[in-house]
Design a protein around this ligand. Structure first.
Ligand code: B3K
Ligand code: ZN
Length: 881
């Protein structure tokens, strides 16, 4: 907590560390109330750094210092200085051993950073700067050391004691305690340190690497969750195999461990050899977890595992380089999931996520480049820009290089930088070295914020059969970056003939014909022209095939052209995108004029798609899903909250009414036939079936209500149960209330399932939802100390219920600000994340702007506000009068 205005840290101020630490030996005497941490560091002056004043400043926060000695000589307070953030040793030799002993208090640690208590266990979270809450250290990622960790604890209370690396010793002590020692042979930055102590059970398996090394795999959970680990273990083994095949990366320790904890600020953490997970991304059984949960687990398990090479063996020089590990690792997990399931549907979901979160971030007050230039609190920068846009930037390089060269480039990266802490620029240099390409201009993707807009105009000349695309790129200003330079953009396109087939895409200055199909144009200028020749007829262009770059497209398609692309484009992504653009148009037209008619051809196309039995059902469900209310809002000059909700409901109802019989047939034809399986086909059927049921319920179809109730009562998988529950809750009345009661009775002891019970109520568009949410805050199962619970109620309401959160009376905003103020002293990371729901206030009408601004100002006025919330609130109000 601060009292003065906190200062930003700048990338341009980076200096190599003055000292290095080669080895750390830690000894923990664990106790939730009072843990003793003894650290022995081998320190030496960094030959590559400029000499300072001869002192060494170690980071440390909330530590009770008990003892310091240097080279086995006890120091006195005259030898060092201690303040709230550091321990400074005033005169140090070039090489020495340092010992510190501190006390920490895990049970009081509600911020869940450092060593804390989650239920009956003790666990750690050190990224980004949590290690300094465990011991005094150079807590920065470019200081890499080998760790030995000794854990001592009561044997009955904490029978399992884990840390990074391999277990090298384990014995009982005479006083009812036991001791376990771990040794991690790989040098690592402090943010990858982890320990776990608890009464845990493990699911065990094994894996043999491509070169024949045997690895033990263990997933640790509380004993009652042992029956929910199969999917996580399967996912882990698939990820290990995939990384060998696709990137040539093998695992490097004798054991790989995952621990599921119930109190966790984010999804999971890639600590070396000991991944710590939010239990939401481990535990799944068909009756407790939905298809989306199964998918999330597969993706996050893979993501954290992949970090072993992209993040751990090669790490970040400083936190501005966060995307070096996160962007690349997201790209890797996206590719893995695409290979495990349906590549087309995966791409659609990834782009949907990017457009829903990253585009607004890039256009808002916290816009920042993939490699930010400054931050006040680094935890605020684990963003969609660093993660998802970062992954797109890696994807563009992979596509520019092609699969073979890209693999050579990543091989080079792993070889050149293994064991180092490097920058995004080092990564790009490997791409250049392996391909011989100049990526100078491409680097702007790392340092310019904002989403480029491509305006494309098409002209044809019937006389000479040419067709010209004039492409302008423009990137709007973002905070601190008023003027943007043009980006290097790969633009994949195709040209469709009247029969829906791809035409050749030969440019006027090319000597020979090109094969029909997708072609990549490379944009580098603010305006560029491409003249295609040899076209018998005016084509329909299929632009941005597969979404080749994180840009917005402006092209004046007619409705007929969109219908045509939706039916014929050989690119699955663009078939979906054409359908979404059409739906968006229709919805925005309804917002502007609720009386506007819905053309018959729309229903005809929707029906054709719905009944197209050749199509993959998962893809179909994506095509037939209406764009979300928030996404529609993002497309408007001023978000019309109520108009959008009304249009959305109206179109949904019309679809349900006009296509009732067809929807019912689709619903009934796609019912579950056997035990639950998590395959793309099976989850596609469930998605399509539940989508159909949703439209029918929108239309108030009486048969559907009965189907919904039977599905709720009879389904054995959580996907179908939740789909029915959601529809019943939104329907309301006795049916809704009864379903909620039943669900609670059945699941109140399964915390992750109970989260769903909270969310389904928080996201209901029913008018009394806010009152209900406020009531639920007082429920005996609600706790502000459990981030999953907070996200399931407060987060769900503020981020996934636009019509109620943005109620014109400002009740939603007041509620959010109250929550933020109550949470901030407990858990600043979660508080500041929640607060982000209000930072786009400039996008709304005058009255809502005033209300939101006032709530943000109320937060900013608090003197003890955390750095986290201060940064978000102050940036949100920057420039506002
Ligand atoms: N690296 C962690 C995120 C840490 C967040 C710290 N506030 C999980 C991940 O991206 O894999
Ligand atoms: Zn990550």
């Amino acid at each position: 907590m601060y009292r003065n205005t906190p200062h930003p840290v700048f990338l341009r101020d980076y200096q190599p560390p003055e000292f290095l630490i080669d080895r750390v030996d830690l000894r923990f005497e664990l106790d939730p109330e009072r843990t003793s941490v003894e650290a022995r560091l081998q320190v030496r002056r960094n030959p590559a750094a400029t000499r300072g004043d001869g002192s060494l400043r170690l980071h440390g926060e909330q530590l009770d210092l008990e003892q310091v000695s240097m080279n086995d000589r006890l120091l006195t307070p005259a030898d060092y200085r201690v303040d709230a953030e550091s321990l400074t040793l005033l005169r140090v030799p070039d090489r020495f051993g340092l010992m510190t002993r501190v006390r920490i208090h895990p049970s009081l640690n509600t911020a869940l950073e450092g060593l804390y208590q989650s239920g009956d266990m003790l666990c750690t979270q050190c990224e980004a700067e949590g290690f300094r809450r465990i011991t005094y250290f150079l807590d920065r990622p470019d200081v890499m050391a080998c760790y030995g960790t000794t854990l001592v604890a009561d044997r009955r209370r904490f029978p399992v004691l884990l840390s990074n690396g391999n277990r090298v010793e384990s014995r009982d002590l005479p006083d009812g305690r036991h001791l376990v020692r771990w040794e991690d042979p790989f040098p690592k930055p402090s943010y990858l340190f982890a320990l776990i102590a608890g009464d845990l059970s493990a699911v065990e398996d094994g894996y043999t690497t491509a070169s024949g090394r045997a690895v033990e795999l263990k997933i640790y959970v509380e004993p009652h969750n042992l029956d929910k680990c199969d999917h996580a273990m399967r996912s882990l083994k698939k990820a290990m195999r995939w990384d060998e095949e696709r990137f040539g990366r093998e695992y490097d320790l004798d054991v790989f461990m995952i621990v599921a904890v119930s109190h966790f600020n984010m999804g999971a953490m890639e600590n070396k050899g000991l991944n710590v997970f939010n239990d939401k991304y481990v535990l799944a059984r068909p009756d407790t977890a939905t298809d989306a949960d199964f998918e999330g687990i597969e993706g996050v398990i893979a993501h954290e595992y992949f970090h072993n090479w992209t993040g751990n063996r090669i790490t970040c020089r400083d936190w501005f380089q966060l995307s070096l590990k996160e962007g690349f690792t997201v790209y890797r997990d996206q590719e893995f999931s695409a290979d495990m399931g349906s590549r087309g549907v995966k791409r659609i979901n990834d782009v949907r996520l990017l457009r829903a979160h990253q585009f607004p971030e890039d256009g808002g007050p916290m816009a920042h480049p993939v490699r930010p230039e400054s931050y006040i609190e680094i935890n605020n920068f684990y963003t969609a820009t660093v993660y998802q846009k970062g992954a797109e930037v890696v994807r563009m390089q992979a596509n520019l290089l092609g699969p073979e060269r890209f693999r050579q480039a990543t091989d080079l990266y792993f070889e050149r930088h293994d064991g180092q802490a490097v920058t995004t620029d080092d990564f790009v240099r490997c791409m250049e070295a392996a391909s011989g390409r100049d990526l100078g201009q491409f680097r702007r993707w790392y340092d310019q914020a904002g989403t480029p807009e491509l305006s494309i105009q098409a002209d044809d000349d019937a006389d000479d059969g040419t067709y010209t695309l004039t492409i302008r790129q423009h990137t709007p200003p973002t905070p601190g970056q008023p003027v943007k330079m043009p980006f290097h953009i790969p633009l994949a396109i195709g040209l469709l003939g009247p029969d829906g087939q791809d035409l050749p895409t030969r440019l006027a200055d090319e000597p020979s014909a090109t094969a029909p199909g997708t072609r990549v144009l490379e944009l580098r200028e603010a305006e560029q022209r491409f003249r295609f020749t040899g076209l018998p007829v005016r084509p329909v262009p299929s632009l941005l095939r597969g979404f080749p770059a994180p840009v917005k497209l402006r092209f004046a398609y007619s409705d007929d052209e969109l219908l045509f692309l939706m039916a014929h484009d050989s690119d699955g992504f663009n078939r979906w995108d054409a359908a979404q653009t059409l739906l968006q148009r229709l919805l925005l037209a309804l917002v502007a004029d609720p009386e506007v008619g819905i053309p018959d051809q729309f229903f005809a196309a929707f029906r054709r798609a719905l009944l197209d039995s050749s199509s993959d059902r998962a893809l179909l469900a994506e095509v037939l899903t209406l764009p979300s209310e928030s996404y529609l809002g993002d497309q408007m000059e001023v978000v019309d909250i109520d108009g959008i909700h009304h249009a959305h409901t109206m179109l949904g109802r019309h679809i349900g009414e006009r296509l009732g019989e067809d929807l019912l047939r689709v619903y009934r034809d796609n019912g579950e036939t056997g035990p639950y399986v998590f395959t793309p086909q099976a989850s596609g059927r469930r998605a399509l079936k539940n989508l159909a049921l949703g439209y029918l319920m929108w239309a108030g179809d009486a048969r559907a209500l009965g189907d919904c109730q039977s599905q709720f009562a009879a389904a054995h998988n959580m996907t179908d149960v939740m789909a029915a529950l959601r529809l019943l809750v939104d329907h309301g009345g006795a049916e809704g209330a009864q379903a909620l009661d039943e669900f609670y009775r059945r699941w109140s002891r399964e915390s992750l399932v109970l989260d769903k019970w909270f969310s389904v109520q928080a996201t209901s568009p029913r008018p009394d939802t806010l009152a209900r949410v406020i009531q639920l805050m007082g429920h005996s199962d609600f706790s502000l100390r459990n981030p999953n619970r907070v996200r399931s109620l407060v987060g769900a309401f503020c981020n996934a219920n636009p019509v109620r959160f943005h109620a014109a009376n400002g009740g939603g905003y007041r509620f959010l600000a109250d929550c933020v103020l109550e949470l901030d002293p407990l858990n600043p990371q979660i508080a500041s994340r929640l607060l982000k729901a209000m930072i786009h206030w400039r996008r709304f009408d005058h009255d809502r702007q005033t209300l939101m601004r006032a709530e943000i100002a109320r937060i900013l006025a608090i003197e003890e506000l955390s750095k986290d919330a201060f940064e978000v609130a102050s940036k949100a109000l920057e420039g506002a009068v």
